[in-house]
Ligand binder design. Structure first.
Ligand SMILES: *Cc1c(COP(=O)(O)O)cnc(C)c1O
Length: 475
């Protein structure tokens, strides 16, 4: 028998009748189901992750992977004493990757899971910096690269290393091996080719770069190692283009990073850093943690981290194996090629990368051919009204006067979705033709997420924006 008149409808409960707390720390508690509903409903305004073709990251996992993630929600990967099997599965993944990437002795080399390629890149860069120092390197260290993901600009700034980015020249989209000699000196700690560029999806020529460094060594004596940023390519080429030599088959390649949570198919928060051999990871970076009477080397920027990502990555590896990965990645490439052909048929586009497994990752990138009465920011905006998030952005220097568009296709992207997207591209173009823009959108209007470094914003501007946002939150 109820004695009070408690309202039982969720949306009539106290707590949901007031606006959600936004600014100051909330004073009062509310029921968990009310708090859940508020948060859940607010997130309805987020984009649909699987329609976000700007991201490289996993947006579909199977039920078993979800279950493993759920079951390992409370496992801290750093706690190797308490969760020795989590540590064991992580180590198995390290050896499997060392094998996949042709380390000379996969079972004895070192590597670690990370939160993503960014952390793995920092570790690879730091190892190169320490090796250079140990060889007697003095002064300001530098590294040489082509157009890179923003994590390398972070590495440079956070760890005081000069980044020497080779500008794009002529009709090239990737770093040209011939350009390297002019950028290296005795303080060059490494060259970083990107195996699956962020901007276009194209592979850089790691083997060509390695040969160029061989020539440089023959002429000058400088022995410069390579770290390969294989964020996306590391889980593609071994299955779909095994003849491309980009990995530890090249003796100059000392370390590789890849994102388990991109083409590795693991859930968000999974990355890997693997060294060619144990000697390539300087001991200063390794902290030995006592563990079940033994010693466990750890080398990470973080301490506590969730264990589910490495666990689920291991599940992916044993579930799919080489044949499974080949099948999954080939299907994505096929959907990408279908999209590329459709875009070519529609007309006003030049394809830069058409999801060719021998040339790049599971992505399609294109630009406008000739002068049109709209730009790619306008098209991106039209597609957004249908829920597609597709990035438009300028190329890196010295081709930054050219705008391109890129769709990254991932596990779960089907031929049918490609057709739906193509219909929406056609619809967008018809709309732009029927209602030409008075003034086209700019990169700033279009916003969007490209993984590339954004143009520098002054500190004053950032503070002003934060203050304006805080003002809005209060009112
Ligand atoms: C995504 C990406 C990164 C950063 O990786 P995260 O896993 O997002 O930290 C670095 N390099 C390249 C080439 C990438 O595509």
């Amino acid at each position: 028998m109820t004695t009070t008149q408690e309202p039982d409808d969720l949306f009539a409960m106290p707590g949901i009748k007031r606006p959600a707390p936004r600014g100051g720390f909330p004073e009062r508690e509310i029921y968990p189901q009310v708090a859940y509903q508020i948060v859940h409903d607010e997130l309805l305004l987020d984009g649909v992750a699987r329609m976000n073709l700007a991201t490289f990251c996993t947006t579909w996992v199977d039920d078993q992977a979800r279950r493993l993630m759920d079951e390992s929600l409370d496992k801290n990967i750093v706690d190797k004493d308490e969760y020795p099997q989590t540590a064991e599965l992580e180590q198995r993944c390290v050896h499997m990757l060392a094998d996949l990437w042709h380390s000379p002795d996969p079972m004895s080399t070192l590597g670690t899971s990370t939160t993503g390629s960014s952390e793995a890149a920092m570790l690879g860069g730091l190892a190169a910096k320490f090796r250079w120092r140990k060889r007697g390197g003095r002064g300001l260290p530098n590294f040489v690269c082509g157009p890179v993901q923003v994590c390398w600009e972070k590495f440079a700034r956070y760890f005081d290393v000069e980044i020497r980015q080779i500008p794009l020249r002529g009709n090239h989209f990737t770093m040209h091996p011939d350009d390297i000699a002019a950028h290296v000196d005795e303080n060059t700690i490494m060259v970083v080719p990107t195996f699956g560029q962020t901007f276009t999806g194209l592979f850089e020529d790691v083997q060509g770069i390695s040969r160029a460094l061989d020539d440089i060594q023959a002429k000058t004596g400088l022995d410069i190692p390579i770290h390969v940023d294989a964020a996306s390519g590391g889980f593609l080429a071994p299955f779909t283009a095994p003849d491309i030599v980009w990995d530890f088959r090249l003796p100059r390649v000392k370390s590789i990073n890849a994102s388990g949570h991109k083409t590795g198919l693991a859930p968000l928060g999974a990355g890997w850093a693997i060294w060619r051999s144990a000697e390539d990871l300087p001991e200063e970076l390794v902290f030995n943690v006592d563990y079940l009477g033994g010693n466990m080397p750890t080398f990470n920027l973080n301490f506590s981290r969730p264990g589910g990502q490495a666990i689920t990555q291991y599940y992916d590896f044993i579930r799919l194996g080489r044949t499974g990965y080949r099948r999954v990645q080939s299907a994505i490439y096929a959907a990408g090629q279908h999209l590329a052909k459709g875009l070519t048929d529609i007309g006003p586009f030049d394809l830069i990368h058409a999801a060719d497994p021998d040339k790049g990752i599971t992505a399609v990138s294109w630009r406008l051919n000739g002068d049109q009465n709209f730009n790619l920011y306008d098209l991106s905006d039209r597609l957004r009204t249908r829920g597609w998030l597709i990035a438009a952005y300028p190329l890196p220097a010295d081709r930054d006067n050219e705008t391109i568009m890129r769709a990254v296709l991932r596990h779960g992207f089907t031929l049918d979705q490609a057709d739906l997207l193509l219909d929406d591209v056609k619809r967008g173009l018809r709309q732009l033709d029927a209602h030409p823009m008075q003034t086209s959108l700019t990169r700033e209007d279009a916003g969007g997420f490209t993984h590339n470094a954004t143009p520098a914003v002054s500190h004053e501007e950032i503070v002003a924006r934060v203050k304006a946002a805080a003002g809005k939150a209060k009112s």
